[in-house]
Design a protein around this ligand. Structure first.
Ligand code: TYD
Length: 217
């Protein structure tokens, strides 16, 4: 549950590998919640603040290749700025914050994908960047890596720019996927698995069912 705040807002994070369709579903969920009268704030990491946009550019456009430790610290820097500047005020105003990626992405991409997981003190660094704000619910969009890579390739053949991380080897994406699966099994109280291989409308139905089953709406 969300600590460090005294308000009625809720934080829902959308997580999964690249190409899992979570961003589309986030916007459909925004529409669904807004229609029910909830005030909804949509946001994403990295890059939802002015400073964060610069961090995102440095991290993802491919001009630089940060070492894994630097990459981790830059995602955490973006997060701290984002939490303080965007998420905290929205939550304090009682809004629902739908966030495209949060700390589980760092666990999956940097700790597992970049193999930093054994470094001492990493968990406290992750908590430090969250400033006490943790999700009420996390939706994990589970899609087999081969299918996800297929979607990424067809998006880029249609002219959509891919990021430095999209272009990582299949083994990297496999490690990321395995890490999300493990996070889901360890934190099943917080993380719900969504079968992202289904048709768009079916995926949205799964999400709405999770909100209802968990008594959120
Ligand atoms: P983005 O274009 O926003 O892709 P997506 O639609 O898949 O979210 O790219 C964000 C990339 O940043 C994505 O490859 C995951 C990565 N990322 C990390 O590696 N660590 C993190 O902590 C976060 C928030 C994102």
């Amino acid at each position: 549950m969300t600590d460090g705040r005294s308000n009625t807002g809720r934080l829902i994070t959308f997580e999964g590998g690249d190409g899992s369709g979570k961003s589309t579903q986030l916007h459909m969920t925004e529409t669904w919640l807004s229609e029910q009268g909830y005030k909804v704030r949509v946001t994403h990491e990295p890059g939802d603040t002015q400073l964060g946009k610069e961090i995102r550019r440095l991290l993802l456009e491919g001009e630089y290749t940060p070492v894994p430790e630097c990459e981790l610290l830059m995602f955490l820097a973006d997060r701290a700025q984002h939490v303080r500047e965007v998420m905290m005020p929205a939550l304090e105003a009682g809004e629902w914050v739908l966030c495209d990626r949060y700390s589980d992405s760092t666990m999956a991409y940097q700790l597992a994908g970049r193999k930093l997981a054994d470094l001492e003190g990493l968990n406290s660094m992750l908590s430090f960047a969250e400033l006490g704000i943790s999700p009420d619910l996390t939706l994990w969009f589970d899609l087999p890596v081969t299918e996800a890579l297929h979607r990424i390739r067809s998006r880029s053949s249609m002219g959509e720019a891919s990021t430095r991380l999209d272009e990582e080897a299949q083994s990297f994406h496999e490690s990321v996927h395995a890490a999300f699966a493990k996070l889901h099994s360890v934190h099943s109280d917080r993380i719900s698995r969504i079968d992202a291989s289904e048709a768009i409308d079916r995926v949205q139905q799964q999400i709405q069912a999770v909100f209802t089953e968990r008594g959120l709406v």
